[in-house]
Design a protein around this ligand. Structure first.
Ligand SMILES: Cc1cc2nc3c(=O)[nH]c(=O)nc-3n(C[C@H](O)[C@H](O)[C@H](O)COP(=O)(O)OP(=O)(O)OC[C@H]3O[C@@H](n4cnc5c(N)ncnc54)[C@H](O)[C@@H]3O)c2cc1C
Length: 414
């Protein structure tokens, strides 16, 4: 079998890329080792950047027909639930003054449906990448499905196979790959109609206390989702004290949440899945015709709520470059990949820096840092120009982090 582009991994990046290349008439093979797309046990934010890409693909209306919530603002509160800052998308002057929160499998299924009409795109679920070797025309790819091994010749091999990418390892692309110390407990639930207003509210809320982070948001009119930071140093205590102590901690932030979770069937702390967070920071994203997108290239801390959006942006930029240059043969492929890397890597380096800074400040339990942080948050809330910068960065459409001077201004204003 021979294709123009083989994509390993049908995450947001792989699916978006397959749509772009497929619509351009290229022969595409898309592999994913999962049997099918299913719930991942958490929600995600589609920022204005992701909305812009979906709009460009003509898929915005399809997105809005899925179970979702539009977030026009997010509230930031301290460890006792007192307001610190309200971040409003309208400050960003964007075409989309909101983000969309949803369970990501809904969106991925929609992207997959969109590929259904393209006979030049072959999609194989339950098919795993095994290895590849470079050839004169690109790469020879070996993959397995149902116990059988297959070989495919491809001009370009794209690794969208996630933060622990095997394509990346086999291509010998090295870098700084780390797992953050603090992980997250993540849970989605249907909110009973008679739940307290504090739980039913669809306002996305970040509670940031000393060494504590708790994030609650709505992913549909009835479905809610939370992330609870499991700080390394608290792990043992929490495991010993179990669910009652955990739920009373949640109640202190969102009155009635503990009781609601019990009623929805949560019986043991161990039932709540733990999600580790990784950083993938590479010096290069390609080797010859093998190129990485999404988390395989740049997994980042979810504090910036950007991973899926950046994976889609990778797909947009790489898709355009390959569509333009692939017909020129191996030289065109290398040119397209070089263009992609030079356009995309700098932004993700910036986002990594921002994510690390946010992690250091937000995850801290040091009383001095906590009080500085809270004062800066309050100051940002009082300064429309600083709020604007934050929203524009979080939207993914531009990168305008706060400078040291901005932080000082916020400190004085707070
Ligand atoms: C707690 C948490 C919260 C997050 N919140 C947000 C958010 O609000 N907004 C946001 O934009 N991002 C968020 N992210 C990040 C986001 O989930 C990822 O960045 C995004 O899913 C990456 O997409 P991807 O295209 O790189 O592929 P991935 O989703 O990483 O998918 C990789 C695919 O490759 C397949 N695969 C792996 N190995 C093989 C193989 N050998 N053969 C075949 N297939 C293979 C896997 O089955 C998988 O389907 C969050 C992440 C975490 C952990």
């Amino acid at each position: 079998m021979k294709v123009d582009v083989a994509i390993v991994g049908a995450g947001a990046g792989g699916l978006t890329l397959a749509i772009i290349l497929g619509r351009a008439g290229l022969r595409v093979l898309l592999l994913d080792s999962r049997k099918e797309i299913g719930p991942v046990g958490r929600g995600e934010l589609i920022q204005p950047l992701g909305l812009e890409i979906l709009d460009e693909l003509g898929l915005l209306e399809s997105l809005f027909s899925l179970p979702h919530i539009r977030n026009t603002e997010f509230a930031f509160l301290d460890g006792r639930g007192r307001p610190l800052m309200c971040s409003r998308y309208a400050f960003g002057d964007e075409r989309f003054p909101f983000s969309v929160s949803l369970e990501p499998h809904h969106m991925d299924r929609m992207l997959l449906d969109c590929l259904g009409g393209l006979s030049n795109v072959e999609i194989r679920f339950g098919a795993s990448y095994s290895e590849h070797h470079l050839s004169e025309e690109g790469a020879d790819l070996w993959w397995s499905e149902g116990g059988r091994m297959y070989q495919t010749q491809t001009a370009v091999l794209v690794g969208d196979d996630g933060r622990r990418s095997k394509v990346r390892a086999d291509a010998g692309i090295a870098g700084r790959i780390k797992t953050y110390e603090d992980s997250y407990l993540s849970w989605s639930f249907d909110c009973p109609q008679d739940a307290p207003e504090s739980v039913k509210s669809s306002l996305g809320r970040y509670f940031i206390g000393p060494g504590k982070i708790f994030f609650l948001f709505a992913v549909s009119p009835v479905r809610r989702f939370f992330l609870y930071m499991l700080a390394q140093r608290d792990r043992k205590t929490l495991e010993e004290k179990g669910l009652p102590v955990f739920l009373s901690e949640l109640d202190a932030w969102v009155p009635g949440l503990g009781d609601t979770l019990r009623r929805t069937g949560l019986g043991k702390l161990e039932e709540i899945p733990e999600m580790t967070v990784m950083k993938v920071d590479l010096d290069r994203w390609s080797r010859g015709p093998v190129v990485l997108v999404g988390d395989a290239a740049h997994a980042m801390n979810p504090h910036v709520a950007q991973g899926r959006n950046q994976a889609m942006e990778d797909a947009r930029v790489l898709g355009r470059a390959l569509t333009k240059d692939l017909a020129a043969g191996p030289v065109g492929v290398l040119r397209a990949i070089a263009e992609y890397e030079s356009l995309r890597r700098p932004r993700t380096i910036d986002l990594h820096r921002l994510a690390d800074e946010m992690t250091w400040i937000w995850n801290s339990s040091n009383p001095f840092i906590v009080s500085l942080r809270e004062r800066v948050f309050r100051g940002m809330d009082r300064s429309p120009s600083l709020s604007r910068k934050i929203v524009r960065t979080i939207s993914g459409l531009s990168f305008e982090p706060l400078t040291t001077l901005d932080k000082l201004k916020a400190f004085w204003a707070g």
